[in-house]
Design a protein around this ligand. Structure first.
Ligand SMILES: [Zn+2]
Length: 230
């Protein structure tokens, strides 16, 4: 954590911290027509609040985050997938995992992730329901060792979006719909340049496979002004 951000955090004033953050990233400044939040979306809670929460999301606080470096813009969306145990949906285990409350003895697979402390900013379940675990202002621990355009440490400048699923299985239309709306909200508030999969940035290459070959990137082509994996 930088000295400046540590001081702000120590002061315990989230509003001062967010004010500094807003100034840095240019909050609520639409980048283009595609990214602009229309009134209908806003009326449904699809806007970013000053605390870095999306209103439409159910917020579940995770402790697994720290501060982003000072002066770093949020330029990247990273799509992941997760299900716990793999292939089992809607069991609440992912939420437990991100909040350090998972019983690692409850399933043999859980022993392989015992003690890991990770998180994501957003999680979209199979029904398209959106949950948020970490403020966009903070650095969630989702990408691990990673690099994009030669810059390492993608957690510094990215927002992580987990889809409930596994890398060998199709995703639900409702999940794409939520992902698209969320992406528009985020593009309207941050200088997002690209959206990639975890597998595109994880280092060394091949370390991660998510969201997998079943993820349909063509559905994201309606987003204008954002680079997608080729
Ligand atoms: Zn991932």
């Amino acid at each position: 954590m930088s000295k400046v951000w540590r001081n702000v955090a120590t002061a315990g004033c989230i509003f001062r911290k967010m004010k500094a953050f807003n100034l840095r990233v240019g909050f609520i400044v639409p980048l283009n027509t595609n990214g602009r939040i229309n009134s209908l979306m806003r009326s449904k809670g699809w806007s970013l609040r000053e605390n870095g929460h999306v209103g439409a999301a159910e917020f579940i606080a995770s402790e697994n985050f720290d501060s982003r470096p000072v002066g770093v813009d949020i330029r990247l969306l990273v799509v992941h997938c997760i299900s716990l145990p793999p292939g089992c949906f809607n069991g609440g285990h992912v939420e437990s995992f991100f909040t350090n409350t998972l019983d690692f003895d409850a399933h043999p697979y859980f022993r392989t992730i015992r003690g890991l402390k990770v998180s994501t900013h957003f999680f979209i379940d199979r029904s398209g329901h959106l949950k948020q675990f970490v403020s966009c202002a903070e650095r969630a621990w989702h990408a691990g060792a990673s690099a994009w355009r030669g810059i390492s440490g993608c957690n510094d400048f990215s927002i992580g979006i987990e889809l409930e699923g596994q890398d060998t299985q199709e995703f639900e239309s409702a999940q794409y719909e939520t992902l698209l709306t969320l992406a528009r909200v985020l593009m309207a508030n941050f200088p997002i340049e690209a959206c990639v999969g975890h597998s595109d940035i994880a280092t060394p290459t091949g370390r991660k496979r998510d969201p997998g070959t079943k993820f349909d990137w063509s559905r994201l082509r309606v987003l204008e002004g954002i680079e997608l994996p080729s």
